[in-house]
Design a protein. Sequence first.
Length: 566
Amino acid sequence: MKKIFPYIVILCITLGMAGCADMMDTESELVEFEKDNTLNHPTDSVYSVMGIINKMQLIADRVVLLGEVRGDLVATTEAASSDLKRLAAFDNATDNKYNAVSDYYAVINNCNYFLANVDTTLQRRGRTLFTSEYAAVKAFRAWTYLQLVKAYGAVPYVTDPVMTEQAARDEMNKPRLGITDICNALIDDLKPYALTELPRYGNINSLNSQMFFIPVRALLGDLCLWAGRYKEAATWYHDYLTDKNNPRPMNAQSRVYWPTNITEFNRSTPIDAYRVTSTDEALSFIPMENRVFDGVVSDLPNVYTSTTENNYYYQVTPSQAMFKLSASQIYCMEYKTDTETDTIYVPKEGLMEDVMAGDLRLYSSFRLRSRGAQDPYSEYSSISQTISKISPQWITTYRLSMVYLRYAEALNRAGLPQSAFAVLKYGLYPENVSVYVDSLERVSAGTLIDFDGNIFNNTSITGIHSLGSGDSQANALYAMPMPSQPLASRQDTIAYQIPLVEDLIINEMALEGSFEGYRFYDLMRVALRRNDPAYLANPIARRGGETNATLQALLMDQKNWYLPLR
């Protein structure tokens, strides 16, 4: 197959742009109506599912940009498009090209059509044929709704296929549901399929097609996290990570680090793994096309990276806030001999490059280089930027380390801050649980922190902070927050620790997930949880280094966090 999606069948419904009632345009000649299509053959199922993935390509770039450009970790450049600049400034105009709610509903309506028409009773040789596809499409719909409601705040919740203009208007005029109600509805809808095996179509365009599908239990964890159902969220994440048929330890070798034998940091370069450019750490992704002729080609490389197509003029770059956060981390190196253990803290000055200070994950993914003097009349930039996290082949939907961090967030809010902090500093496996989580919390956590020691151990697990900040388990300066004086009760201590551990987790999410589209929504989730808009407004207003008072005041009003439906 020379392209990923040779067929766009049945479900390719183009949607209108004129107003809320026109978000579903059913007059497209691409619509094939219900009476014309019954999904009762394996090829129908495969092509229909691939058609849905084709529609997801339309929102893939946007999901990343809405979550990143509006956060505090990147800044737009002079070369950025006016639409990107307006996004970053929260000028939420309806004519911004990144505000096209109809593309989300195109995916949703495709899913609704499939779910309503697939023959789930059909069997062959005693096996139900379409169970895997049914679960996969349920997950596509739930994931798309989550992205939609995060971006728009409150949206119509449509679960039946819309095939007429009047039906579209009726659905769009229904009361809009906010993120908690949407998530609760999706949790109930998705739970019966948590353990259903997802489709296996083999390799398509040299990509493993199993990775096209959203991991249901990880998605249920996200939905519960947004809905404030923290113990349930932790349960779903834990069950996904510890699945006995496919356990997912956090690879202790997957990190960027200074060589242990160096003596002069100003003459050395860290061992640079470029960790997140391969599919090795991705759990799922939306595949993108290589040619416009074949479908949707990602524009993210032209936004983040210097290319010949953009004449080397990248449109976003790490912000001053990103550089400051990265440099503020303390890199620790542990030396062990037969008789003693020693630690060294890497200096922050006198390095070959300033970006080497502190955490190394920014260094591992970001390069800024001079291209030499250009002719005064040259159309090309003299500076070249590379952000290696960005791949033209796929848009990641789930990555292992980010699932671990959300697991930690859920544990913390479930009243288990020691366990949550252990995910950051040590990694959770039986030996570490017994040492770093006290007996009372172990009892309270129960099976939420149970791990098979044959798989989860000191050779396979690392604390997430160690992915860029060295041997965090030995770093005495990276410690569990403790009150300066003993508090009246254990519960008071836990209440004191939870928001502080949460701050560490959110910082870790920034260090680990920068440029990938998470940041704005991570800040939003905590700001909503704490009923504190300043948690979002203040860091975004300081993205340039100094506080932008106008932007800060704008973001103190929650309605400005969301795009307007059009």
